[in-house]
Design a protein around this ligand. Structure first.
Ligand SMILES: NC(=O)c1ccc[n+]([C@@H]2O[C@H](COP(=O)([O-])OP(=O)(O)OC[C@H]3O[C@@H](n4cnc5c(N)ncnc54)[C@H](O)[C@@H]3O)[C@@H](O)[C@H]2O)c1
Length: 334
């Protein structure tokens, strides 16, 4: 049994971000009557938030939610606001702890005080399993005690807080694998796909930090948003950790070639040293629990997803160019 989207109000923290803004879109398309976006625009953009009378935008630090959050009875809360991601946290560990640690605790306290119907937490597959897990990652694998970036540590901390609140609040911990798609503006701390596309559209070299044989499980952002909605509306998901990926690995070198071909680019591929914290060679989600509990099945292949993402980049080229000029630097991974 699922709960209806049309009867509830929703809060999306981080709703001006890459995934949050697409989730807001999905909620509106599903008939949501009221969607409150809480975002301080650290890495999000106001123009990504859908322009719709049902959306209320609050520019606010999530860490303030416990003391000055809006009053909202029985809303479903999607907590996506985060200091993103590994490299950023290595460079700015205090900011990481503020948003991912204190911010998540504040969001949970606020959700409980407002009798939230459900609290869906954006966790990260990489943050739980740790390094050197080459087999498909299942939710029942032990949480690694060797997490070694501030981001991995604080994303796991958020899960522990969800466990603590589960006695008095319905929580679901969704473990995302690598998301990509329309809405992700490239930048030094952003993921590989938007940075590859941005460079390819400008015929600049695509830089792989590693050998190119590394693999990741890339999930198209709208598939991920669908999984989140299902997690929030499926009572069977309460209290669970659920992987949201595709179960398919893509080699980074194949991805680079695909992007170059899709963009019709003259870019060459270059290789650089792997970053010190990046110790995972392969990443693949086991998504059988999501299939069984949520009826979740991703629908967009990587080649189709890259095609749609390139189309979004072309449509928004000038806006993206302005944003990347402001927030400079184009690495290849989070
Ligand atoms: N993108 C991925 O591949 C991926 C993988 C695993 C997990 N996740 C998780 O998914 C969530 C969304 O990721 P994303 O890719 O959309 O990142 P994003 O950076 O685009 O979105 C995060 C949003 O949170 C906002 N934010 C940051 N600090 C804030 C604060 N203190 N108060 C209020 N808002 C704040 C940012 O402005 C931004 O809009 C994050 O929790 C991230 O950890 C993402």
């Amino acid at each position: 049994m699922t709960r209806s989207l049309q009867t509830e109000a929703f809060v999306v923290t981080g709703g001006a971000g890459a995934i949050g803004s697409r989730l807001v879109r999905r909620l509106l398309d599903g008939g949501a009557k009221h969607v409150v976006v809480v975002d301080d625009l650290t890495s999000g953009y106001r123009w990504l938030v859908p322009d719709d009378v049902r959306v209320e935008f609050r520019q606010q630090d999530v860490a303030e939610l416990a003391s000055s959050g809006p009053r909202l009875d029985s809303a479903t809360v999607f907590h996506l606001a985060a200091f993103f991601a590994n490299q950023n946290s290595v460079d700015h560990p205090l900011e990481d702890l503020h948003t991912n640690g204190q911010g998540t605790l504040a969001a949970l306290l606020w959700a409980r005080a407002n009798q939230a119907g459900a609290f869906v937490y954006a966790s990260a597959g990489c943050s739980i399993a740790g390094h050197g897990v080459d087999a498909p990652i299942r939710e029942d694998m032990p949480v690694s005690l060797h997490l070694d970036t501030p981001y991995q540590i604080t994303k796991a901390l958020g899960e522990f807080y969800c466990n603590y609140f589960q006695a008095s609040l319905t929580t679901v911990r969704c473990r995302f694998f690598n998301s990509y798609g329309p809405g992700e503006v490239p930048g030094a701390y952003r993921n590989v796909i938007p940075n590859f596309i941005w460079r390819a559209l400008r015929d600049e070299p695509l830089i792989i930090t590693g050998t190119g044989d590394e693999t990741r499980d890339f999930i198209y952002v709208d598939d991920l948003a669908e999984g989140l909605v299902r997690a929030a509306t499926s009572p069977a998901a309460s209290g669970l950790a659920i992987n949201l990926g595709t179960g398919i690995q893509t080699r980074i070198l194949d991805l680079a070639r695909m992007v170059i071909e899709t963009c019709g680019s003259r870019s060459e591929i270059r290789f650089a040293e792997r970053r010190a914290w990046d110790k995972s060679t392969h990443r693949q989600a086991d998504i059988s629990l999501a299939g069984k509990t949520l009826g979740f099945q991703p629908t967009v292949s990587v080649s189709e997803g890259v095609r749609r993402t390139v189309a979004w980049f072309r449509e928004n080229f000038e806006q993206i160019e302005r944003e990347t000029a402001v927030r400079q630097g184009l690495g290849v991974g989070a």
